[in-house]
Design a protein around this ligand. Structure first.
Ligand code: 9WN
Length: 480
């Protein structure tokens, strides 16, 4: 065991609260074990060696799976993350574990200097965090966690406590991050969108002067192969953007990089719909939130839908214009039940066509266009398939009544997650494992897929009425 793993090791092995099948090698037990191994007492690390702290959207996905194992731990996961929220509403993308050595991950707390450089923006004093954000999956996760055990949730006042924080988070994104002026939230760093090395960033990043390689030391290369990870030049640009943001006190508005991303905004919309449900559970009407979700959906279509390509694109707010790269983020709006039917149908066709190969040449949807110039089946976010995007697409297919295709995708996700030992990502053609194994959201979303007992193919099923109905929102229509 390396030093980081020792320091973050479990104090006590948590119980598995649900009733797993007796076969210790079953997918349920193996996935639950990953989450147990990655649990640090208040949250779950994405991967012990490569990512030894708490990550924002990882924690949301992890909570979605963890709720089937321990609703209490799932609530705690969210509460720990929200405990590190800044006064301006932002939820930082990393919450650092103080017992992990500084050199275990770069950029470390002494790079971000949140409690000093972030003071004006209201960074917490007692916990060290990064200063950027990640996709807003949190309200959706909180609602799904609540639904796993409403009695426990009500007894602990879970929603009552998290709702104001989630509302402040959305306010931050909608007001401070509307850098394009069209109603959508912009990301100000590739790490914020979560698909760090996507070819969609190449053009906007080209304007950024890289920080010299000698000024930082990459810890990711201690664990991952350089051919699979972003290049030093990419890292130099990531560092420059983050350092400039920090040196400006994490104030929003003036940075060199600002992009409206369809997945980030689709997740904001899905979470706004979830906040409407939380508001209703707490006795309010939620109607203003539902109306806002509909306005955001209209803005998403107006600003990022490309009818000719049949996919949503990223909009480069600084360079002005759509970035003509087909990335999996452009398929994610399928998860929105309120998407017009013709757009949903086009997205389904694009996902199953030559650019993403679902149901044909690929096992899982690649992160980037199979026919794109920058495609590489192994390099970070430039081709490999991730399980969180697969899970979102599976839900999107089901929400839009594509049960057979959703069933096929679900079966592939489950098979490859287990066969790859819950890999961080896989080769989209072969399913071969890449990156870390024992990866948090891969295990968690496996549990979520296993928990849903919808038959792999066929019409709407009895077991489906729960989460998917909740996910659909007011206007959702099942075409199954
Ligand atoms: C930077 C933790 C995170 C994920 C991201 C993924 C990767 C970090 C990195 O790991 O990003 O945040 O060091 O590359 O791209 O989606 O949240 O799992």
């Amino acid at each position: 065991m390396d030093r980081t793993a020792q320091l973050t090791a479990l104090r006590t092995a948590p119980d598995i609260a649900y009733d797993p099948p007796p076969d210790a090698a079953s997918a349920h037990v193996r996935a639950a074990r990953v989450l147990a191994d990655n649990w640090t007492g208040g949250s779950t690390v994405p991967a012990r060696s490569l990512y030894p702290h708490q990550w924002s959207w990882d924690s949301a996905f992890i909570a979605i799976g963890l709720r089937h194992v321990s609703p209490l731990r799932a609530q705690t996961e969210m509460e720990t993350l929200l405990g590190a929220q800044w006064d301006d509403g932002r939820i930082p993308h990393i919450v650092f574990n103080p017992s992990v050595p500084l050199d275990a991950y770069f950029p470390s707390p002494d790079f971000w200097r949140s409690s000093t450089a972030g003071r004006a923006a209201g960074a917490p004093r007692t916990v060290q965090t990064s200063g950027i954000v990640q996709p807003p999956v949190h309200a959706l996760a909180a609602w799904l966690v609540h639904r796993a055990d409403p009695g426990l949730s009500r007894a602990r006042g879970f929603l009552t406590r998290v709702y104001p924080r989630l509302a402040a988070w959305h306010r931050y994104l909608l007001h401070r991050r509307d850098l394009g002026g069209g109603g959508l939230a912009s990301v100000v760093h590739p790490w914020e969108q979560g698909m760090d090395n996507s070819p969609a960033w190449d053009a906007p990043l080209a304007r950024v002067t890289p920080a010299p390689a000698r000024t930082f030391r990459r810890a990711d290369l201690d664990h991952g192969s350089p051919e699979d990870r972003p290049t030093d030049l990419d890292y130099g640009r990531y560092v420059r953007l983050a350092a400039d943001y920090r040196d400006g006190g994490y104030a929003d508005g003036g940075g060199a990089f600002a992009v409206e991303d369809p997945a980030f905004n689709a997740l904001l919309i899905a979470s706004e719909q979830a906040l409407a449900r939380i508001a209703r559970e707490l006795g309010a009407t939620g109607s203003a939130r539902q109306a806002r979700a509909e306005r955001l959906t209209a803005a998403l279509i107006e600003r990022t839908w490309d009818p000719a390509r049949g996919i949503f694109l990223c909009r480069d707010v600084r360079g002005g214009g759509l970035i003509p790269e087909r990335c999996v983020s452009g398929l994610i709006p399928l998860l929105l039940p309120t998407l017009p039917r013709d757009i949903a149908d086009r997205l389904v066709r694009t996902a199953h066509g030559p650019h993403f190969g679902l149901g044909g040449t690929t096992r899982l949807a690649p992160s980037y266009d199979l026919l794109g110039e920058a495609f590489d089946p192994h390099r970070y976010w430039r081709g490999p398939a991730w399980f969180n995007t697969g899970w979102l697409l599976e839900r999107g297919l089901r929400v839009h009544g594509e049960h057979q295709r959703a069933g096929a995708l679900r079966a592939a996700l489950l098979e490859l997650a287990v066969a790859s030992d819950f890999a961080e990502y896989v080769d989209p053609y072969t399913g071969a494992a890449c990156g870390a194994t024992g990866f948090g959201w891969t295990a968690a979303l496996t549990l979520d897929l296993l928990h849903d007992d919808t038959p792999p193919a066929g019409g709407a099923a009895v077991g489906e009425a729960g989460d998917i109905e909740e996910f659909k929102g007011v206007k959702g229509g099942d075409r199954g």
